[in-house]
Design a protein around this ligand. Structure first.
Ligand code: UDP
Length: 149
């Protein structure tokens, strides 16, 4: 789906339904959890992430020890990028998402229910969600440049 622009008067966040979730058929489940919470899907795209996109998206992590594994994971198959819209949606979707580590994320959160840790450095935590409105704006421009005026 393509849109000309996002409504500047409402809050938006960026989620990535990561390749493990795409392969496991969890796309509908994850989108449904956002919709059931009352949020709206404003943009949706199946993407094969490029190295450049990932370096921009994970700029704060590029120099870290886990980045090579993270980039490999994020390019292991298509992923789904989506813009989710609603009142305080950034904080709300982070709450639905749960903690970074699948084995420590609360049950009932997306990562707590579906994330997996293979113990070899590869954390398959199913979803990315922007951590602040400023991050959301920056990340939406990476994955949906056509939506940014
Ligand atoms: N990550 C990882 N190992 C780590 C820390 C992070 O593989 O020790 C990956 C994981 O996929 C995580 C992403 O890097 O979701 C970004 O890390 P961040 O600390 O920003 O966590 P998030 O905001 O995604 O919970």
């Amino acid at each position: 789906m393509t849109r000309s622009a996002l409504d500047p008067n409402t809050e938006h966040t960026l989620i990535l339904i990561k390749p493990d979730a795409y392969r496991r058929g969890l796309v509908g489940e994850i989108l449904a959890r956002c919709e059931r919470k009352g949020y709206v899907i404003s943009a949706l795209s199946v993407v094969e992430a490029t190295p450049d996109q990932l370096e921009a998206h994970y700029a704060e992590h590029v120099a870290k020890h886990f980045y090579a594994d993270l980039a490999r994971y994020m390019m292991s198959s298509p992923l789904v990028a989506a813009v989710i819209t609603g009142e305080q949606v950034v904080a709300g979707v982070r709450c639905l998402t749960g903690g970074t580590q699948p084995t420590q994320a609360d049950p009932g959160t997306i990562r707590g229910d579906y994330g997996r840790d293979w113990g070899s450095g590869t954390v398959e935590n199913v979803i990315h969600a922007s951590d602040s409105p400023a991050s959301a704006e920056r990340e939406i421009a990476i994955w949906f440049p056509e939506l940014v005026r």
